[in-house]
Design a binder for this molecule. Structure first.
Ligand SMILES: *Cc1c(COP(=O)(O)O)cnc(C)c1O
Length: 420
């Protein structure tokens, strides 16, 4: 009989993975998990140092989320959101509006971060059609941005390695490097811009690059000055990752669209939401024959299991005082990053709330320095995924101080071992 490893190699195609390398290596096959720890089919345990690609919030196998999903499962797993509603989707929408920056009042559900961004793009364009300004059809994003892998989201993206190949499929987007660049584009084309998209406080897939303080607020101000809408992509930063529930809070910004996914369901199930304002919502109201309807939706929009998990996750934030308990861990991460800076091979260590990143180098990306470090860390019981030469430290918010220290110790040893 074929082993799971054989079958994986024979039948699967993994995301963002050079499959020739993959098939030559021994895969880690996860079987179970608890808190910040994952366990594989060989009964080896690993600390989940990137929160299962930035999704997990309160830990794996959390009793409260498990119970909420089980209870919902006994009622109904999924029913269409087209022409119907469901109980957890309604309750979650109310909770999200209460938790989000003031002024965001409507929730449109979808499936993942990419679709949350697609929804914002289409709503923004359509909004201006309704407002009688169809010439507002340009989008502006930041250099090295990452907003997902569907074609609209890739159009907004600015990471050549991922995005350049698909150029023939993409619509044109102005990419700007900073506030000055944004100002100049808006001064030139402001009256044609539908929306500006930003990853608030920190760019994730670009390599955990922290924006200068004030860039987000300045982006909001420039959008207002030129009448453009603001899309805040908090797919990564949402749900406590930067130390506050949402990154936008830290610069007192209310975007016109807030895109949420990854941590929304506690990292349990694919669920996303695009929040928007009354102003945008109201523009879509009219007689059916006026064709003001937002013609967009997915089969699993408003999925009841996902919404039940998300509701439970938000309840845990209150019950366990997650954000309050996170603050000393953010302090510990600061101390640990300082120790990385002392290493000869480390060129930079960055932090934004509970997101840490350590950059080694300089090495050309083909040298796979980051990949080699993470392979070594894996042997030492810590799982994370590099972005080029940058090692991500982003465990579930529930990680203990002891576990966080262990993650950082292992990563320092892995850097020394992999690059010596
Ligand atoms: C991960 C991510 C996305 C895409 O989300 P998916 O669920 O992978 O489609 C979009 N924006 C940001 C900032 C992300 O980190």
């Amino acid at each position: 009989m074929d082993s799971l490893t054989d079958k994986d190699r024979r039948y699967l195609w993994h995301p963002f993975t050079q499959m020739r390398d993959w098939m030559a290596e021994e895969p880690v096959i996860i079987e179970s998990a608890q808190g910040a720890r994952l366990r594989d089919t060989n009964d080896r345990e690993y600390l989940d140092a990137n929160a299962s690609i930035w999704t997990n919030i309160h830990g794996h196998n959390h009793p409260h989320i498990n119970a909420a999903i089980r209870a919902q499962l006994e009622k109904v797993a999924h029913s269409s959101f087209l022409g119907l509603s469901n109980v957890p989707a309604i309750e979650l929408a109310e909770k999200l509006v209460r938790a989000a920056p003031r002024g965001l009042s409507r929730v449109f559900y979808s499936d993942d971060g990419s679709t949350a961004v697609e929804v914002a793009l289409k709503m923004a364009l359509h909004y201006w059609v309704h407002r009688g300004q169809p010439e507002r059809r340009r989008f502006v994003a930041f250099a090295d941005a990452y907003h997902g892998d569907t074609v609209g989201a890739v159009s907004l993206g600015g990471i050549d390695l991922f995005h350049a190949t698909y150029k023939p499929l993409l619509f044109e987007v102005e990419h700007v490097a900073d506030a000055a660049g944004l100002k100049s584009v808006l001064e030139k084309h402001g009256s044609e811009v539908a929306a500006v998209a930003i990853e608030p406080l920190i760019q994730g897939a670009a390599g955990m690059r922290v924006w200068p303080r004030g860039l987000l607020a300045e982006t909001r101000r420039l959008c207002d000055e030129h009448g453009a809408l603001l899309i805040a992509d908090e797919v990564m930063t949402g749900f406590g990752r930067t130390g506050t529930m949402f990154a936008c809070e830290q610069e007192n910004v209310t975007p016109d669209f807030l895109c949420l996914a990854k941590g929304l369901s506690g990292g349990y199930l694919p669920l996303a939401a695009t929040l928007t304002t009354d102003r945008v919502f109201d523009a879509f109201l009219g007689d059916y024959a006026e064709r003001k309807t937002f013609f967009h939706g997915h089969s699993f929009t408003g999925n009841a299991l996902g919404c039940a998990a998300a509701l439970a996750s938000l309840e845990i934030f209150e019950q366990e005082r997650t954000l309050e308990k996170l603050q000393p861990k953010i302090g510990l991460l600061t101390e640990e990053l300082e120790k990385f800076r002392a290493l000869k091979l480390v060129v930079d260590a960055r932090q934004c709330g509970f997101i840490g990143a350590v950059e080694v180098g300089p090495y050309p990306w083909e040298a796979k320095a980051g990949i080699r470090i993470c392979q070594r860390a894996r042997e030492l019981g810590v799982l994370t995924r590099p972005i080029g030469n940058t090692i991500v430290i982003m465990p579930p918010l529930c990680v203990t101080k002891e576990e966080l220290r262990q993650i950082c110790d292992v990563l320092r040893r892995a850097i020394a071992a992999a690059l010596s």
